[in-house]
Design a binder for this molecule. Sequence first.
Ligand code: ZN
Length: 324
Amino acid sequence: MSELHRFLFEGLPVRGSIVRLTDAWQEILARRRGSSGGEWPHPVVELVGEMAAAGALMQSNIKFNGALVLQIFGDGPVKVAVAEVQHDLTLRATAKVVGPIQANASLADMVNVSNKGRCAITLDPKEKFPGQQPYQGMVPLWGDKHEKIARMSEVLEHYMLQSEQLDTKLILAADERVAAGLLIQRLPAAGENNLAGSMVSKENEDQIGVNEDYNRIATLAGSLTRQELLELDVDTVLRRLFWEEKLMRFPSQRPAFACTCSRDRVSNMIRGLGRDEADSIVAEQGEIDVSCDFCGQQYKFDAVDAAQLFAPPGDQPPVSSEVQ
Ligand SMILES: [Zn+2]
């Protein structure tokens, strides 16, 4: 069972969370294997798994009522990688691979060949008022001296420091069975923070990099190897790293795979293409056949269905009993 645990270090301005995606992650990979795109090479499995684990950790930290979406827009053989986590920790993830990937490909080899890869973090509210845009922050995949960043965890650490002014230590790992992550974060000096409304204050800024409690705990967390993170259960990891600290643990949560695609959403997408484009696809291929990149679900629209999409309201036939 996939699990996520949040905890506080008693009396210290430090919080943490740890996630192990097992069944949820295996479901994502199984659906991928069964899709026309086929199985991902191992480095892509690692990248997408780390993004899924990080997305779950970040969502559980801010408890945002909507979707938290981590996206990498790559300039190499992986064109895009996405992990999307809802408020209830249901999640989905995918990647688009457009070129060959070496067995030992690094993050840069996959998505940052000419240092033009980017990472976007989007918060898309569940209930939007008219015209409301999702909040989006973007970071490059290079560090302070334009050097290429080697790990997904570092990209996100940079993001948290830049946008939230919060020291964050992140350890991520994934293989074909588990996607896991450990996050340690210094609590803001005052008040609550979240990704959308960041805690930018002098008091908080002064604490960056100098809080001794945070530094000690982050160093302990940093001693965890990726292999240990993949293999050990949550209690063992926390005990080994923090046996000298007082942890206050919250009830555990259960992340799960779920896809938010629907025939309605696909219909809207086809409407977005416009009537002419839709008609020409039907003329060429006999139908419009869309399959979801996340879950593999197929949605087919024949000529009659397609025409219906563009019929004026009030001109719809009675609801059919056919199950979609
Ligand atoms: Zn889907």
